[in-house]
Design a protein around this ligand. Structure first.
Ligand SMILES: Cc1cc2nc3c(=O)[nH]c(=O)nc-3n(C[C@H](O)[C@H](O)[C@H](O)COP(=O)(O)OP(=O)(O)OC[C@H]3O[C@@H](n4cnc5c(N)ncnc54)[C@H](O)[C@@H]3O)c2cc1C
Length: 444
């Protein structure tokens, strides 16, 4: 069986559903397939800063997402030993709050929006192959997992979109699996949900840095709070020995987080992600394109993934919508979209990599955050970076890093050698950033 569409998309969560909705609204026949059935969850926490909320609005899904009932997070709190600072968001497109919506209802809202726009979303269907003609991707092979004979069918299309996540089948099949740029994660992720009756915290996204441990509590839908622990990556070995007990023990290692959770009850098991390297992949070629995590992933430490998946999926739809009938123009458009995505993301990627280091730099980061949140603009200024309306280099520049290192050493928080090693590693990274960015942008 062969079907014809204008665009075929592998994956129907943040990137796939938004690309499908954007293109369908422009009158194109879009088929998106996903082996998942919705609503269903995936391994991902789901904090959005004000910039992420603005992207949901731009993609036309915010109204539906708000109905899920997650509280508006109008304040952010940053704390640690001897320091606590709270502040509000500067608005992005008028949105001055963050949100934390569990992935099952969030992704279902995205899928419903794409369907309302006229896209066909096939649940329980997986892309297994790419069809090629004269070096150009012209469609995909799909397996219907519920069909008795498991027979495959083909969908031919002008554009094949890989929105199929970090282990992208499409990236593999087009030969783009190996990243252009990559960075190992310095922290692991463990998260669980708590029943949260603490009304005084319901509008606050909070983060505590204590020693090298990083703990977060983000109120979300369902009267719950998401508790996300990000210990240094090498501590994954401790969690492998018994993840539930180690999670509770680690909450105790961040005393202010433990205090925040007094009166709250953990209601779910712990979800783990020990390995999640960051990368940029080559993301555009003849007749194909990779969007969302399929093409680019940033460490969860700065919670930018959903924002970027939604933003660049919408921009992709807007960019290619008018040129689908002209293969040469289409390929130029996808390459330009890729270059623009890389240019808009590379500084955030490098800032994220520095914040994601779980080594002795953590002590320096704490002093840096302290200085920033006590300084002019306070927490708002830091939040601007998370909302992507301020250049991260303003908050993570060489002089500030040196001052924070001196302060960390003076305060004698961590072992001196570990602090110095962490700071030296960060300085080396910083020194290489410009060339790294130039290399990436030249490759596109
Ligand atoms: C531990 C962790 C915590 C995170 N926390 C946050 C956070 O707090 N805030 C934030 O903004 N981001 C966070 N992220 C990042 C965020 O999860 C991703 O950036 C986001 O999910 C990207 O959306 P996507 O649509 O590209 O990919 P995904 O959400 O991964 O969706 C890909 C879809 O493709 C489907 N698929 C796979 N293979 C095929 C195939 N062969 N054919 C068809 N479909 C296929 C899958 O079933 C899946 O449904 C986190 C990530 C991790 C790992």
């Amino acid at each position: 069986m062969v079907e014809q569409a204008d665009v075929v998309i592998a994956g129907a969560r943040c990137a796939g559903a938004v690309a499908a909705a954007t293109l369908a609204r422009r009158g194109h026949h879009v088929i998106a397939v996903d082996p998942a059935r919705f609503p269903s969850t995936t391994v991902s926490t789901h904090l959005l800063f004000a910039g992420g909320v603005a992207e949901l609005a731009r993609a036309g899904v915010l109204e539906r997402v708000e109905k899920i009932g997650a509280p508006r997070l109008s304040r952010a709190f940053i704390g640690g030993p001897g320091h606590a600072a709270a502040g509000a968001f500067n608005p992005v497109d008028g949105f001055d709050y963050g949100m934390c919506v569990r992935r099952a209802p969030l992704d279902a809202a995205l899928v419903e929006t794409a369907r309302d726009a006229g896209a066909e979303i096939r649940e329980g269907h997986r892309v297994t192959g790419v069809l090629w003609e004269n070096g150009r991707a012209v469609g995909v092979r799909v397996r219907d997992r519920s069909a008795r004979d498991r027979e495959e069918y083909e969908v031919r299309a002008r554009l094949v979109v890989g929105a199929d996540g970090r282990r992208s089948t499409i990236a593999n099949l087009v030969g783009a699996q190996r990243p252009r740029l990559s960075h190992a994660n310095g922290r692991a992720c463990y998260y669980a949900y708590y029943d949260d009756p603490r009304q005084e915290w319901r509008a606050t996204a909070a983060m505590w840095l204590t020693g090298r441990e990083l703990g977060n509590a983000f109120p979300c839908d369902g009267g719950l709070s998401l508790v996300l622990l990000m210990p240094p990556a090498e501590r994954a070995a401790d969690f492998r020995g018994g993840v539930e007990a180690e999670f509770d023990r680690t909450v105790g290692m961040v005393p202010h987080l433990a205090e925040r959770l007094e009166g709250c009850t953990r209601t779910t098991r712990v979800v783990s992600s020990a390995e999640h390297p960051s990368y940029f992949r080559r993301s555009a070629g003849p007749g194909w394109v990779l969007v969302g995590d399929a093409g680019h992933f940033k460490d969860p430490v700065t919670a930018q993934g959903i924002r970027d998946a939604v933003r660049f999926a919408r921009l992709l739809g807007e960019t290619v919508g008018d040129v689908l009938d002209d293969p040469a123009a289409l390929d130029r458009a996808t390459r330009a979209w890729e270059r623009s995505r890389d240019a808009q993301c590379v500084l955030a990627y490098q800032w994220t990599n520095l914040l994601g280091r779980g080594d002795g730099l953590a002590y320096v980061q704490f002093q840096l955050l302290r200085a920033l949140t006590e300084g002019p603009g306070g927490v708002r200024r830091v939040l601007d970076v998370y909302s992507r309306i301020r250049d991260p280099r303003e908050t993570l520049a060489l002089p500030g890093l040196i001052r924070a290192t001196a302060r960390a050493l003076r305060h004698g928080a961590g072992a001196r050698a570990s602090v110095l090693r962490g700071a030296a590693g960060a300085l080396l990274e910083l020194a290489g950033h410009r060339r790294e960015a130039e290399r990436l942008l030249a490759a596109g």
